[in-house]
Design a protein around this ligand. Structure first.
Ligand SMILES: *Cc1c(COP(=O)(O)O)cnc(C)c1O
Length: 391
């Protein structure tokens, strides 16, 4: 008999009753150090006082009115995102995949409004853009698309970091390039700053839009507000989500005025997108992430964690292979199955997230402190010893 929950998830036999900062606590009172943050979502940790306050205050005033009316919180959130980024305009969504859908529609509409035939989008192997039909077509991996065809046409999926293939793939119908500056689900595979600058230059030469998926890498995760800032470039369109809501479902599609030129009244919409409650939480997240010193803290703790992870690779060469990533978006490539490492972590009460390319992802709350980072390293060390003893 089918379970009451559609059986699409492979879940660990773990449930949590409450959370505080970087810690998750079971009903029995067992404390787990959370180095996964719900896949880079709870960027300020669990139940951050400022977020709880924002939610409670707005929860007593007004939850939802629809986009039939003006929503001052959504207006304020959009203004904050515009002030903090390359963007001139923002569409607020409830999730990452909706932000990607908006980006795809915006890119096609941009060229349509100009009377151009461009509509195809180049994307890359190993990428992940969400689970809607457009987003799975954009990422294209067999795991995501099998049995769901026919797929939405118009995506050219290229090998990762292959400049020649990229140049060859651009044709008269190409509208945009869609890329994660650091692949998340793909296993924390960063695009080098130079490769990102090359992409920007190529888009400029060819008249294409550069769409960045910063759903996982954004909102301070790498030690900059957005990962593309490390390369000194800006996109035309950017999808964000995860950290912006700190655990409340929230995403956004940001764009320059030029890129958004086709999106006129009636061209797109969402019932919930940017409702008063979600926007209040997003504003509170922005307040914290833009606090002076916040991003320096991410870099400092990220550096400590990275150094410690390099040490783990050195002391457990049969378990771990390499460390990669930036800030608090780190990947530990494994020599044993990555899921075994994640499971051994459960026994040591530390939570990590598996990713592609046999990587264990370390995506802690950005508020993690140095002592917690060291505690996490001790627990990962113990998990590795557990695996060595079992071998
Ligand atoms: C999580 C993620 C998505 C999808 O976000 P949802 O909120 O699950 O729809 C898309 N792109 C990237 C890079 C992600 O990490």
């Amino acid at each position: 008999m089918i379970a009451p929950i559609l059986p699409t998830y492979s879940r660990a036999p773990l449930a949590f009753e409450h959370g505080e900062g970087a810690w998750l606590v079971t009903a029995e009172g067992e404390r787990y150090l959370d180095l996964g943050a719900g896949i880079a979502v709870t960027a300020l940790g669990h139940c951050h006082p400022a977020l709880v306050r924002a939610l409670e205050t707005q929860g007593r005033k007004l939850w939802h009115t629809s986009n039939l009316y003006e929503i001052p919180n959504q207006q304020a959130l959009a203004e904050r995102l515009v002030a903090a980024t390359f963007a001139d305009t923002v569409f607020v969504t409830n999730s990452g995949t909706e932000a990607i859908e908006c980006a795809i529609k915006m890119a096609r509409r941009h060229f349509h409004a100009k009377g151009s035939e461009r509509w195809r989008i180049i994307s890359f192997e190993g990428s992940f853009h969400g689970r809607t039909t457009g987003a799975i077509a954009a990422a294209g991996s067999a795991k995501l698309v099998e049995g769901f065809g026919p797929l939405m046409p118009g995506f050219d999926i290229l090998p990762w970091n292959d400049r020649e293939a990229l140049v060859a793939a651009i044709g008269p119908e190409t509208a945009a390039i869609l890329v994660e500056p650091i692949q998340g689900e793909g296993g924390i595979r960063p695009m080098s700053p130079q490769a990102l600058r090359d992409l920007r230059a190529l888009c400029d030469e060819e008249g294409l839009l550069l769409i960045l998926d910063e759903i996982q890498s954004g909102m301070g995760r790498t030690g900059r507000l957005f990962a593309h800032e490390w390369a000194g470039i800006t996109p035309d369109i950017m999808a964000i989500a995860k950290g912006i809501g700190g655990g409340f479902p929230l995403g956004a599609c940001l764009a320059t005025e030029a890129a958004a030129s086709g999106m006129d009244v009636g061209s797109h919409g969402s019932t919930y997108g940017g409702n008063p409650l979600a926007s209040a939480v997003g504003l509170a997240v922005m307040d914290e992430v833009e606090h002076p010193g916040f991003l320096d803290h991410v870099s400092r703790v990220g550096g400590r964690l990275r150094q410690g992870l390099e040490g783990l690779v050195a002391s457990h060469p049969n378990v771990f292979d390499t460390v990669r990533g930036e800030g608090l978006m780190l990947g530990l490539r494994c020599r044993v199955p990555n899921r075994d490492v994640v499971t051994a972590g459960y026994a040591e009460r530390v939570l990590t997230v598996p990713g592609g390319d046999n990587v264990v992802r370390i995506l802690p709350p950005l508020t993690l402190d140095i002592a917690e980072a060291d505690e996490g390293l001790r627990r990962l060390d113990a998990a590795a010893r557990r695996l060595e003893e079992a071998a």
